[in-house]
Design a protein around this ligand. Structure first.
Ligand SMILES: [Zn+2]
Ligand SMILES: [Zn+2]
Length: 230
């Protein structure tokens, strides 16, 4: 196809003018190089991590979440919010490097498959705030969720919306009852949902978004994030 040919020429010219550099280490070549992937994997072991909150050393007893009730079933992370992965998350969110959504989405989907097999019926995401979407020009979480869903072979549902307290006035009684701490599920969902977010810190955001999805009909929710703070 002629358009494909022009597109490849365009990519070649762009690569000459501004060569692709790794988000983690700035070496020329890949958008997130093999070396940085290996480092992120070495820093975080999913089998020794807490299955509830993704804390890195909580497989048996987790000091992070032992006294916390979560309404989501589980949490898995690609790695710690540190080193190359941390830089990649920042570059995806604030640097506008959307190619990272594909690379990190593939890695996260592989982690989800390894941890949970074919458990997911659909993927949802924690939407960025409207101000952040205006500033960045895109919702990085939506992009990431789209790539994860593609790899898992399930649909990505734009179910969640952020709702400011001033907007509650505009909602009917039934809708108002479904707004949980800043999130509203704008449509019904079914089955097992993997909820995608960029970073898991205390779990408060994941918890609020999970509650909205459960109210909207989800059977169960599990959280998958790029990075876990520690
Ligand atoms: Zn690198
Ligand atoms: Zn935990």
């Amino acid at each position: 196809m002629l358009s494909d040919c022009f597109s490849r020429i365009g990519e070649g010219v762009a690569e000459l003018v501004a060569p692709t550099r790794c988000a983690g280490c700035e070496r020329q070549g890949a958008v997130f190089c093999e070396r940085c992937r290996l480092q992120a994997a070495a820093d975080y072991h999913p089998l020794t991590a807490c299955p509830r909150c993704g804390g890195p050393y909580g497989a048996l007893t987790c000091t992070e979440c032992w006294d916390t009730e979560f309404s989501f079933q589980a949490c898995c992370a690609l790695g710690l919010l540190d080193g190359p992965l941390s830089r990649a998350v920042v570059l995806l969110k604030d640097g506008g490097e959307q190619r990272l959504a594909t690379v990190l989405g593939q890695l996260l989907a592989a982690r989800i498959k390894r941890m949970w097999g074919d458990w997911a019926d659909a993927v949802c995401w924690v939407p960025a705030s409207r101000a952040a979407i205006r500033r960045r020009g895109f919702d990085h979480a939506a992009l990431l969720a789209d790539r994860v869903a593609q790899c898992l072979g399930v649909p990505a549902h734009p179910a969640l919306q952020r709702v400011r307290s001033t907007e509650l006035r505009g909602l009917g009684k039934a809708e108002r009852a479904q707004v949980t701490r800043g999130f509203h599920a704008a449509r019904r969902v079914h089955g097992n949902i993997v909820l995608i977010d960029d970073v898991f810190t205390s779990g408060a955001t994941a918890q609020a978004a999970t509650d909205a999805l459960l109210l909207a009909g989800a059977a169960a929710v599990r959280i998958a994030v790029l990075a876990r703070t520690w």
